[in-house]
Design a protein around this ligand. Structure first.
Ligand code: DAT
Ligand code: MG
Length: 389
């Protein structure tokens, strides 16, 4: 059960006018949900038509768009367990007459065409709506009440995928600790500033359209490498999946390092299962995931990075002009939360300068750089079958 499920709630123009914003905020807050976005906004017709696209054929569609466009709406993102379903319960049924008393629609309106509020109806539509209404991204802050709201809330710093306020700075990771030298991304790392290579040889295992669409539209992307054989990195897949939820305006894509398509596909059948040996309560991989036939894409990244191998745990941030802005190598013992990745993602999305760790110190021997370490280390996890967790 995800504690980071998000729903998109919108208070309609009449709800804003009648002072319902505070009422709705108070309900979500007092119930224990965390606010990740809140703004008063005058939408364009175009945006409203996209939001209500599934109703385009309905008779009431033109009226609905006109009414929604008649004044500002208040846009909100609420996060927590069952946010979508509970949000719908709080708002009430589509028709006010069918809404129970105690719900917003049940208490405060009469006519379906003036039903005061919108709430996402599924986790997937919530993510699409959040990306549509909050292209600038969401607010990241750690909720100090979490352990009072949930029996099993992780302490913010132990969440693994980040989540708490980042302490990252030059040479320092999100957990506030100095980054071991072999994991530091120095400013003169070869791949930084390079153009992302073609991804057209990828064979998508899931959500391919989403990734292809993002590539064609020049969306900011995160690309990470994973492998069915690299069990120590399954956690990275979970953490990337969680990051993707926190940064809905960024398109995530996981590329497999497996030699066989069947192996890569097999890992995706494990979604939802617990992997105690990997310290994973419930395996998540809720982003586009691709098999890389003949490791062609891998080879292109490898040549760009001028390294001997690009292995599981290798992650990059790529901007809208396909330029590789950031890379970090994570491992089975060096997690996303230990590094600078999420802070860089935040800075990047918010238009701030990225953390710069300076050039690689000169006195070092011609040591292998971080990404090689990953590639070699990970082979140790390969045992071919992968069923013994
Ligand atoms: P909901 O808002 O409960 O998700 P919906 O997605 O089916 O309901 O419809 C979106 C909005 O369209 C709804 O909040 C109000 C309007 N609407 C729906 N059915 C309508 C009808 N029969 N006449 C007028 N407006 C309607
Ligand atoms: Mg709806």
């Amino acid at each position: 059960m995800s504690l980071t499920e998000q729903t998109y709630i919108m208070v309609k123009p009449d709800g804003v006018q009648r002072g319902l914003v505070g009422n709705i905020v108070k309900r979500f807050e007092t119930k224990g949900y965390v606010c990740r976005g809140l703004k008063l906004f005058s939408p364009t017709k175009d945006l409203l038509e996209k939001h209500y696209a599934d109703l385009a054929s309905k008779k009431f569609f033109p009226g609905l768009i006109e009414y929604m466009n008649s004044g500002p709406v208040c846009c909100m993102v609420w996060e927590g367990m069952n946010a979508v379903k509970e949000g719908r319960k709080m708002l009430g049924a589509t028709k006010p007459a069918d809404s129970a008393l105690g719900t917003i629609r049940g208490d405060f309106c009469i006519d379906v065409g003036r039903n005061l509020c919108h709430g996402s109806d599924a986790v997937e539509s919530a993510q699409a709506e959040i990306a549509l209404w909050f292209p600038e991204g969401l607010q990241k802050w750690s909720d100090h009440s979490a352990t009072w709201v949930y029996e099993d809330a992780p302490a913010p710093a132990a969440a693994g995928g980040g989540g708490g306020a980042s302490k990252a700075g030059p040479g320092v990771g999100g957990n506030g600790k100095d980054i071991p030298e072999k994991y530091i991304t120095y400013s003169d790392t070869t791949i930084l500033g390079a153009k992302m290579p073609e991804l057209n040889t990828l064979d998508y295992l899931q959500k391919g359209d989403e990734a292809k669409d993002a590539v064609s539209k020049g969306k900011t992307m995160v690309i990470f490498f994973w492998g069915k054989y690299a069990k120590g990195d399954y956690k990275l897949v979970v953490h990337m999946s969680q990051l993707a939820k926190r940064w809905p305006a960024v398109q995530f894509l996981g590329i497999s390092c497996d030699a066989e398509r069947g192996d890569a596909a097999k890992l995706l059948t494990k979604v939802g299962s617990s992997m105690p040996e990997q310290g994973i309560e419930s395996f998540e991989a809720d982003v586009p995931m691709a098999f890389d036939p003949e490791k062609k894409a891998n080879g292109r990244f490898k040549r760009l990075a001028m390294v001997t191998s690009v292995g599981p745990g290798y992650c990059m941030i790529i901007d809208g002009t396909s330029t590789i802005k950031w890379q970090e190598q994570f491992t089975s013992s060096y997690f996303v939360a230990d590094g600078q990745f999420e802070e860089q993602l935040r800075r990047f999305t918010e238009g701030e300068d990225l953390i710069a760790n300076g050039p690689r110190p000169e006195d070092e021997e011609d040591e292998e750089i971080a990404c090689d370490v990953g590639g070699d280390e990970f082979d140790a996890f390969a045992d071919g079958d992968g069923d013994d967790y």
